[in-house]
Design a protein around this ligand. Sequence first.
Ligand SMILES: [Zn+2]
Length: 420
Amino acid sequence: MQITFLGGCQAVGGSGIFVNAGESRILADYGIYMNRRNEPKFPLPPPEEVDAAFMTHAHLDHSGAFPKLYASDDFPLYLTPPTYDFINLLYDDMFRLQRFPFGKEEKRKTLKNSVPINYGENISLNHDCKVTFLNAGHIPGSYSLLIEAEGKRLLYTSDFNTIKTQLLEGANFGHLKLDALILESTYAHEIHPNRATTEKQFISTVNKTLQDGGTVLVPAFAVARSQEILCLLHKNLMDYPVTLDGMARGASRIMTQYPDYVRDYELLLKSLSSCHWVKDSRDRVNAIFSPGIIVSTAGMLQGGPIDHYVNLLAEEPNNAVLLVSFQVPGTPGRTLLETGQYPMGGKMSKVNSLVKYFNFSSHSDRTQLFNTIESLKHNSNPTVFLVHGEKTVCTTFREEVEEEFKLETFCPKNGEAFII
Ligand SMILES: [Zn+2]
């Protein structure tokens, strides 16, 4: 089996992996990468014609570049039904925000080539390669990929989370026997705070703001994070109105159609039906002028109705802006967090309301990554490839994995190929 890394090496974004497995040529993920100037970049082109492609989840750093390939090619693209609906939504948003060398027609072709699969299922390619889809616990519909061919077993975790959240069951790979492991390393350098503690602190900050007569603004990603927060709010606060706005509404609507892809469907339904879905500008005004909570996209304060809310809420010290998503350097959210300033009316102004960050990460942290390798090590001694992490994070993690587990470990570069 030969693995060629096309993108997402020593960086976060633009994932792409090509595998020669038996007679089959497999592409796993093909995402976009945004550089600091906010220009889209793509993984290297697949080195050979693709027989079958796999989209592990809807996030654009894993899914966004597929339309580029479908401009001139046709091959089946295996994804879960929620992922299909999410990319249908997210691709349009991607085209709105940036110029791409592809558009609606390539999107249509991507969707047309899609083949729905579910967790636990497997498919056979050319009778000598088996591919199995495992819950990755990252966002609804996300999977990890187990490829078996030539007597070898390779797991590509993609983005995964092993802890149970409001929305999802955690991933568990402990039973697998592997020859190779492609592991995401996003948070290999960091231990996330205990989730229950974060939830408690978040709820108590929300409560205090509301009791003081303030409004709470929660900028959140459309897919998964918004619904995670709504579930948490529903379980803990009953007396104040919760308003939902932005693309999170479309993503929520999609999620209600897939009971099998969330941990507690009843909770999700109750959370979504008990909040106010913004229909027009009057709803937006109402949400601001009464104590309550507004959950809206975009999570990093870049685009969507969030700008309107920050502009109207930020001057009042009683209000709170609670960031619950990772803030990429250079985004207005990161600037707000680091400097307490936000562009209002065309100029950077001081935000008087409370600004606080809460870590609701959907990636495995350092401890989870070590535990995952340890559990796999009980059954086998896979070669480990670290991807989806900043360069220094990957290289440090590589030394630690080799030292701790005595496993051959690599931080591949884009374009590098390995035979296992
Ligand atoms: Zn992701």
